[in-house]
Design a protein around this ligand. Structure first.
Ligand SMILES: [Cu+2]
Length: 349
């Protein structure tokens, strides 16, 4: 009996002694998100929005795995709001609290240990579809203790906005496929996608570049980069064998991390389109009154078949619908790395 007690005592003291070391780097991170009412203008349409700290998306939250996170939600708007942490593992108390809204002029502090590592999202938990559509979302990044280092990192969150309802052109029936297709503006961070002013990523050749992509919108967004990239993480989790891809479709709520090391100078475009997969069109085409060929696309482009899928279309079964034309959304602007071009022995400027 005594020996059993001593063994237990030994194990307990070892556990207590080791605790501070395992948490040696963990910090307590206190973040305040204040919800206020505002307006944002996208492609000439003014949207009534709610914002976290005055911006859409809300501020990027970035912590280390194991950090204690205290997020204070201050509701200074006239509506109820809550917080939902998409992709994070939460204790039951916090998970239950996600269901409880915070009244106007009230506040609540959510406290939990940040895990797992990865690219996650946070958004309003109350009346979710509407409140996310009105701007209450942001990226929540948890860096791993052994986070791989990159020279440059870019974080992009895609979302969809419906200007048709505001213009009186919307289809209001909830759950009707055309309601979803009324989303006619795609945003990346705080900018509306438009082919004439893509987002420029300034990098140097040889730099290791990480891009975190997240989709908080309602539609599937396809991003194509013909130079190719390495897909490293999906929904925050590392892919066991990172693989080379040249295009990726981000379904609602999904996150994908990709890596690129440009090996020559130049400007390399990323293209974006909204493409519904065959399974989606097959399901929705049975709905009455849904004209899959002729509905108005986001960019006033007629929906059409996606190249490369003619077999399925000919059978009259299922086919993908490309709702928008491909447009350049990002340009990887790779500059020459002058320092690396200097021959040994030559003087550096
Ligand atoms: Cu809300």
């Amino acid at each position: 009996m005594i020996s059993m007690i001593s063994v237990l005592c030994f194990l307990f003291s070892a556990f207590v002694l080791l605790l501070p070391f395992s948490n040696a780097l963990a910090e307590t991170r206190e973040i305040t998100l204040t919800v206020t009412e505002g307006a944002i203008v996208l492609n000439g349409t003014k949207f009534m929005a709610w914002t976290y700290n005055g911006t859409v998306p809300g501020p990027e939250i970035r912590v280390r795995e194991g950090d204690t996170v205290k997020i204070r939600l201050r509701n200074q708007s006239g509506a109820k709001h809550g917080l939902f942490f998409h992709g994070l593992h939460l204790p039951p108390r916090v998970a239950l609290q996600e269901e409880v809204p915070v009244d106007p002029d009230h506040e609540y502090t959510y406290e939990f240990i940040a895990r797992p590592a990865g690219t996650h999202l946070y958004h309003c938990s109350w009346n979710m579809a509407e409140h996310i559509s009105r701007g209450l979302y942001g990226v929540f990044i948890v860096e791993a203790a052994n986070e791989q280092k990159f020279d440059r990192e870019f974080v992009y969150v895609l979302s969809d906005w419906n200007s048709k309802d505001l213009k009186g052109e919307g289809h209001h029936e909830t759950g009707h496929p055309q309601t979803m297709m009324d989303n006619d503006i795609t945003t990346i961070n705080d900018k509306a996608v438009a082919g004439d002013h893509p987002i420029i990523m300034d990098v140097k050749e040889g730099q290791r570049v990480k891009i975190r992509l997240a989709n908080i919108g309602h539609l599937p967004h396809t991003v194509r980069f013909s130079e190719g990239f390495t897909l490293t993480h999906e929904d925050g989790y590392p892919i066991s064998e990172p693989r080379k891809e040249s295009s990726i479709t981000l379904y609602p709520g999904k996150r994908h991390d990709i890596a690129i090391t440009p090996d020559r100078p130049g400007k390399f475009p990323f293209y974006h389109s909204v493409t519904f997969p065959p399974s989606f069109t097959e399901r929705e085409s049975h709905q009455e009154g849904y004209d899959k060929q002729n509905h108005e696309g986001t960019q006033k482009v007629k929906a059409g078949l996606v190249p490369g899928d003619p077999g399925k279309a000919e059978n009259g079964n299922s086919y993908a619908i490309q709702l928008t034309k491909e447009e350049v959304i990002f340009v990887l602007d790779v500059k020459m790395d002058h320092l690396s071009k200097i021959e040994p022995g030559e003087k550096r400027p």
